[in-house]
Design a binder for this molecule. Structure first.
Ligand SMILES: [Zn+2]
Length: 708
């Protein structure tokens, strides 16, 4: 097989927050893949950078009374330290705020202009005359026009209502507290619709996307004309001023992915390579790893930009789901919103790398971190199975060294070699869970062998003979040889497993290299046993997961939350809460699309819809239907309704929905569907496909209650 040239990226973390364990799902997934490719002998480079632009950065820097440049420099240090301590190894870690990134923003922008895709539109937006800046919805607070609650955001209220900022009663700037005024400004839009045919073809035929993602894009976006993307922001804005539109800046989402190319250029400059060889070379495979929340940008807007400017399109966009902890969204108050640093203060990063890997598949599913499960899995798989092989054999190796010739092991070594391509294919497909199942089998076989050989007994018997001057020297030699053989087999089987595991557990690989005095440099290291060498003193490799470490981590997380509350008052807590979804700060998906609000309705119009609290009492997949789940909803008092809801992709395990409350439209006209009668609708949000979110009433609500 000839060497592949592979360029890999992870999404750029936003500079307005610290790395938390939710982020690490992606960086660990990517790092494992990159290490695997390097081990396979491919030329693989891994690039990332801090995403540094946008109003949120200026505001955060102002609060600390430092410049945005100082602010992002400090954050970048923290981010890089967290990544390094989790064993995530980039070939270059840059920043979007660099001349290198600017160069490609400019190049791509010129290409889009030249292709006639840029149009100017006037936008009316709130402006803070004191802070002298336009206000994104996040920075406007006011009274909810629906329920009258004060101090709500510019686009949504705690009551669940969404509205446009101009509907807010008594709006105030969250920055200065003054009343904002409506001002018109010019924004630049990219008319991506002109590339509709190209994008539809790319989504359908390139093979770059997981099936569920391609279907989602087809069903959600490509079936309609694509909205023009608003890619500029008026001054003041922390970012790059658009050269041919003075006073306007590229919106943070325009330059974020271009940071991949900027980071590559920094690496090229350090290594005397040519950027075109990496980004304008069809032989290079470009692989992006991203979360499902930013799928839209990377699968429609980004390919369009690359195409226009003559860059290589991604070979594959690997999209993963979100992290939940114990089945729920990460929560600060429950102590499950764990910062990377907090984790590192209490637990070995290898645990999380291993656990996340064991849960990683090639699909977009969410990944659940159940801490008790992590503990059990690491203790059983790593400590009890894998490391146990070394600890039970290496201590005798001081005495025996490794045999000159690899002994007869009943075919165990060959069996592990034979699994090589199956395991490699699973890694290639990001199906690390599958790879690990295969690797653990090798471990079980090795342990069984050691159990049978019982080197500890051989060692005792040999020692007894060694002390006995009357002992038969031949019998003594025979025992010694058996001990040496069992140690040689045990340690070689262990090393094979460690080679396979090394993309996931680089530290274990380094420890094994040290123990056996032999570097692990290639996947094919599994094929050739080590013989005739000495073995160094065995040092412990991994301990069981300390329960108190988990507890201390949760406790510290709760305290951090408490401290931020006390220290900075309510305002800071709200800022942090918004930081939960870092990407929201830069406005996610919907904000780029000028999706209009619906027409105003009267209260009477609203009350025509009979919304009820319902409880899901049955939920099952409709096998023949691509999108549907069949739900039985209880409305209390023995009333139930059957509903077919298009939420299959979002809730692949419908049984988990049973027992949960939903909001139910009780008076919609029943619909006869292919699979039966649908008697109502459940309320959900989100664009569709895997991104559908059922809306749950708060605790205490009872089935049958009416919403008003
Ligand atoms: Zn409200």
């Amino acid at each position: 097989m000839s060497e592949r040239k592979i360029l890999v990226t992870s999404a750029l973390p936003y500079a307005n927050g610290q790395i938390h364990i939710g982020h690490l799902v992606e960086y660990i997934q990517t790092d494992v893949w990159v290490r695997f490719q390097k081990l396979r002998g491919n030329r693989c480079l891994y690039f990332c950078a801090d995403d540094t632009h946008g109003a949120a950065i200026t505001i955060a820097a102002d609060k600390k009374k430092i410049t945005p440049e100082e602010f992002i420099a400090a954050v970048s240090q923290d981010h890089q330290k967290d990544f390094a301590d989790f064993g995530i190894e980039f070939d270059n870690y840059g920043s979007t705020n660099t001349p290198e990134t600017f160069r490609f923003c400019d190049e791509i922008w010129k290409a889009i202009r030249k292709a006639g895709l840029v149009v100017e539109k006037e936008i009316e937006q709130y402006y803070d005359p004191e802070a002298k800046r336009f206000l994104a919805d996040r920075y406007i607070r006011g009274t909810c026009p629906k329920c009258g609650k004060t101090d709500q955001y510019g686009d949504n209220c705690e009551c669940g209502a969404t509205y446009s900022a101009t509907d807010l009663i008594d709006p105030k700037s969250a920055i200065s507290g003054t009343t904002p005024e409506l001002r018109k400004s010019k924004h630049l839009f990219v008319e991506v619709e002109k590339l509709h045919e190209f994008l539809a073809d790319w989504v359908e035929h390139s093979g770059a996307l997981q099936n569920e993602v391609a279907n989602f894009l087809k069903g959600q976006f490509l079936c309609d004309p694509l909205y023009a993307w608003d890619v500029s922001r008026p001054a003041p804005y922390f970012g790059f001023e658009i050269p041919d539109s003075p006073g306007n800046y590229w919106y943070v989402w325009f330059d974020a992915p271009i940071g991949y190319i900027g980071s590559t250029l920094q690496w090229c400059q350090k290594h005397g390579e040519n950027i075109e060889d990496w980004w304008k070379n069809p032989d290079v495979e470009i692989h992006h790893f991203i979360g499902k929340d930013i799928c839209y940008f990377h699968t429609l807007f980004w390919p369009a930009m690359l195409k226009m400017a003559g860059f290589t399109l991604p070979r594959k966009v690997h999209i993963h789901g979100f992290l939940t902890v114990d089945g729920e969204k990460m929560s600060k108050s429950k102590g499950t919103f764990v910062l990377a640093r907090t984790y590192l203060n209490h637990l070995d990063p290898a645990y999380l790398r291993y656990f996340f890997a064991s849960k990683t598949s090639s699909h977009v599913d969410d990944l659940d971190l159940n801490l008790a499960e992590m503990e059990a899995k690491v203790n059983a798989d790593l400590v009890g199975n894998i490391v146990n092989i070394a600890s039970r054999t290496a201590k005798f190796a001081n005495l025996t060294g490794l045999a000159e010739v690899y002994p007869d092991d009943g075919g165990l070594f060959a069996q592990a070699v034979a699994q090589s391509e199956t395991i490699a294919e699973a890694f290639e497909q990001c199906d690390y869970g599958k790879a690990l199942r295969s690797i653990l089998e090798c471990g079980f076989r090795a342990n069984k062998y050691i159990e049978e050989m019982a080197p500890w007994t051989l060692r005792k018997q040999w020692a007894a003979l060694d002390k006995d001057p009357q002992a038969d020297p031949a019998a003594k030699d025979e025992l010694f040889a058996r001990l040496r053989d069992s140690v040689t087999v045990g340690l070689n089987l262990f090393r094979q497993i460690v080679v396979y595991l090394s993309p996931i557990l680089p530290t274990l690989a380094r420890q094994t290299e040290e123990l056996l005095g032999s570097p692990i440099t290639s996947w094919s290291d599994v094929e050739k046993p080590l013989v005739g060498s000495n073995v160094n003193e065995y040092k412990y490799m991994m301990t069981r997961v300390p329960k108190e470490g988990i507890e201390a981590m949760i406790e510290e997380t709760k305290q951090l939350e408490e401290a931020s509350r006390v220290q900075a008052g309510e305002e800071q807590v709200q800022a942090d809460a918004a930081g939960v979804c870092d990407d929201q700060w830069k406005d996610s998906g919907q904000m780029l699309i000028d999706e209009p609000m619906s027409e105003t309705i009267t209260i009477d119009d609203f009350t025509k819809v009979d919304l009820r609290v319902g409880r899901i009492v049955q939920a099952e997949q409709v096998k023949e239907a691509r999108k549907l789940l069949k739900l039985k909803i209880s409305l209390g008092g023995g009333h139930t309704r059957q509903v077919f809801a298009g939420i299959k992709a979002a809730y692949p395990e419908p049984e988990k929905l049973v027992g949960r409350l939903v909001i139910f439209v009780a008076n919609s006209q029943p619909r006869q569907m292919k699979f039966g009668l649908s008697e109502g609708m459940v309320v959900a949000s989100g664009p569709g496909g895997p991104d559908v979110f059922l809306t749950f009433p708060d605790e205490g609500a009872k089935p049958g209650m009416r919403l008003h």
